[in-house]
Design a protein around this ligand. Structure first.
Ligand code: F6R
Length: 609
């Protein structure tokens, strides 16, 4: 996730773009840059590593009325000045949010034509492509952009500035957000509304596969064939604070909603449907090394540990590779039994958790290869692990991990599928079916989000409870743990996550009519078992909230509330049941008037032991 902005008008482009970028820092803040045309129409590009304030500190006094800007959250290439946007080719400057999936093949083709690449980013291919087509058809910036977009695969919201076209900016969108702000003798381009709200509340939403030519006094929207489109102007009524949360009352709710796009980002460029496989540029393990793996050891803390448990079910169930999951804090003092044939996977959203880092250092001292799964490019974990896979969920502001967890799960699914394919435990057809189901997950998540009032009502009904139980079986057992963790973390209700079959070994003694039990029960090979567990719970008069498949007509006979989820392959169901438990925790905390984004006693990044 990155933020892009553009300005053309009569105002001071430098201060407007900087102000706008600051409002997008929530989308990323590891480096930033501006491209401007000065009073003489000469392009000036400034970039810097770090936050926008750092970029601001290196800007000279400059008079300009047109420019583009970018705040970055690295996905391809580490945070550095050279990788910061704008990227430049000839007279073309580009800022981009998204991922160009086929950048490697485009890069090789462009290099063979003599284009020289200076960064590690996927975006640089866009700059060279637009330059190439613009050179072939000078005078038509929008046409050059259109030709470039015909050959790229992936997602983008981008803006282009050229010294040969000082009176226009062009922009385009596919699967990454983009809006146009309308002013008097000035217009704006941005990834999100907060960026422009100080200057105007008149907005056009750019839709997928649309391009825009933005001039000082006009805005024209086209489809990618170049046909003009009529767009509605919207008046934004939010104040700035609400706008930073995109109108949501809390970052947590915003981030729960962002999961539809973060899943897309995590998948981008990694699915090979034709071959029936998955590819990770960053894996650092060839097929032979994967086949020789005897064991996987997953190390993580908190929510990331719960993701690791889903990983255990996936690796053991799909690849047959024995997998253990340990808390960083326990592992580091446990005299672990490790051999070089063990792959150690460290899962950490922040990449800075002290216990996980120490545990990985311990594992590395046994000669094991270490693979990090993290959300933060350049984090300590990404620098210390042998290899790193990025989850690409974008910055998460709410202390409670939500979208970063879903993205960790998606990476684990992809890894398990790849390992299973390499170890001949899954054939290409099965992989293709799973990948096609995975592609549907963002749409399914969207349907759960549209039904959130049902979850809100359920949360309100049980919000005065002092204790809660979450039960699940098999691959949804970790989601029971995650549901309980989310609830206690933000609503301060005592909650326990249990393997449903374990209730009878002790916790049943705690159940009564005042203790709600959330039963995660999609249909699968343990469905009948969890129905029996639900009956055990009901006979202790506890209320049961079931999370069940939408076509399950049976379960409502035994429970008090049913929260339906769209039908998917049961092994993918944690990607949907998670969203329900997140919303249940959120609305319970809301009902209890808790500090949702900053729960008491907790921090986003735990850098102490
Ligand atoms: C819970 C939560 C924490 C973190 C844990 C590990 O919502 O966010 O439990 O999951 O502190 O953090 P990372 O993943 O950054 O290592």
């Amino acid at each position: 996730m990155c933020g892009i902005v553009g300005y053309i008008g009569e105002g001071d482009a430098v201060s407007i773009l900087i102000e706008s970028l600051k409002k997008l820092e929530y989308r990323g803040y590891d480096s930033a840059g501006l491209a401007l045309l000065d009073d003489e129409g000469k392009p000036q590009v400034f970039k810097s590593e770090g936050e926008i304030s750092q970029l601001e500190s290196i800007l000279p006094k400059l008079s300009s009325c047109v420019g583009i800007g970018h705040t970055r959250w690295a996905t391809h290439g580490k945070p550095s000045t050279v990788n910061a946007h704008p990227h430049v080719s000839g007279s073309i400057c580009v800022v981009h949010n998204g991922i160009i999936e086929n950048y490697q093949e485009l890069k090789e083709a462009l290099e063979s034509e003599g284009f020289i690449f200076v960064s590690d980013t996927d975006t640089e291919v866009l700059a060279h492509l637009i330059n190439k087509y613009h050179t072939e058809h000078p005078g038509d910036l929008a046409g050059a952009l259109k030709s470039a977009l015909e050959v790229v695969r992936g997602s983008y919201a981008l803006a282009v500035l050229s010294e040969e076209h000082p009176h226009e900016l062009v922009a385009a969108r596919k699967d990454s957000p983009l809006i146009i702000g309308l002013g008097e003798n000035e217009n704006f381009i941005a990834s999100d509304i907060p960026a422009i709200l100080k200057y105007t509340n008149r907005v056009i939403y750019v839709d997928n596969l649309e391009m825009v030519t933005v001039k000082k006094t006009s805005v024209q929207v086209f489809d990618l064939e170049g046909n003009p489109k009529t767009k509605e102007e919207h008046i934004i009524q939010w104040d700035l604070e609400a706008a930073e949360k995109a109108g949501y009352p809390h970052f947590m709710l915003k981030e729960i909603h962002e999961q539809t796009s973060s899943i897309h980002e995590t998948l981008a460029g990694r699915l090979q449907e034709l071959e029936g496989d998955v590819t990770f540029e960053e894996l650092g393990l060839d097929k032979e090394q994967i086949r020789k793996l005897q064991r996987i050891e997953i190390i993580a803390c908190g929510t990331s540990y719960n993701a690791g448990l889903v990983g255990k079910y996936l690796f053991e169930g799909q690849t047959g590779i024995h997998t253990d999951v340990d808390n960083g804090s326990e592992f580091r003092y446990s005299n672990p039994v490790l051999a070089p044939s063990t792959l150690v996977i460290a899962i950490t959203q922040s990449g800075e958790t002290a216990d996980t880092l120490a545990a990985v250092r311990e594992a590395a001292s046994y000669g094991c290869k270490t693979l990090a799964i993290t959300n933060v490019v350049g984090s300590t974990m990404s620098r210390e692990a042998s290899n790193t896979i990025y989850t690409r969920a974008g910055p998460e502001i709410g202390v409670a991990a939500t979208k970063s967890f879903i993205s960790q799960l998606v990476v684990l699914y992809l890894l398990a599928i790849h390992f299973a394919r390499v170890c001949s435990m899954m054939d290409a057809d099965r992989v293709r079916k799973l990948l096609s189901e995975l592609r549907k997950i963002p749409g399914h998540v969207d349907r759960i989000l549209m039904d959130k009032e049902r979850i809100q009502k359920c949360a309100a009904r049980f919000s005065a409870s002092k204790d809660y139980f979450f039960i699940g079986r098999n691959i949804n057992y970790p989601i029971a743990l995650e549901g309980a963790l989310k609830l206690k973390e933000i609503s301060y209700i005592h909650a326990e996550g249990y393997a449903a079959g374990e209730l009878k070994h002790g916790p049943l003694a705690l159940l009564s009519k005042d203790v709600p039990v959330v039963a995660i029960a999609p249909q699968g090979h343990t469905y009948d078992k969890i129905l029996s567990n639900i009956r055990e719970v009901k006979s202790r008069e506890a209320s049961v909230i079931a999370i069940a498949d939408s076509d399950d007509n049976e379960i409502s006979k035994y429970v008090d509330v049913v929260i339906p989820i769209p039908k998917t392959d049961v092994i993918l169901s944690p990607l949907l049941t998670t969203v329900v438990v997140q919303l249940l925790a959120y609305y319970t905390a809301l009902e209890r008037d808790c500090s949702i984004d900053k729960p008491r006693n907790l921090a986003k990044s735990v850098t102490v032991e």
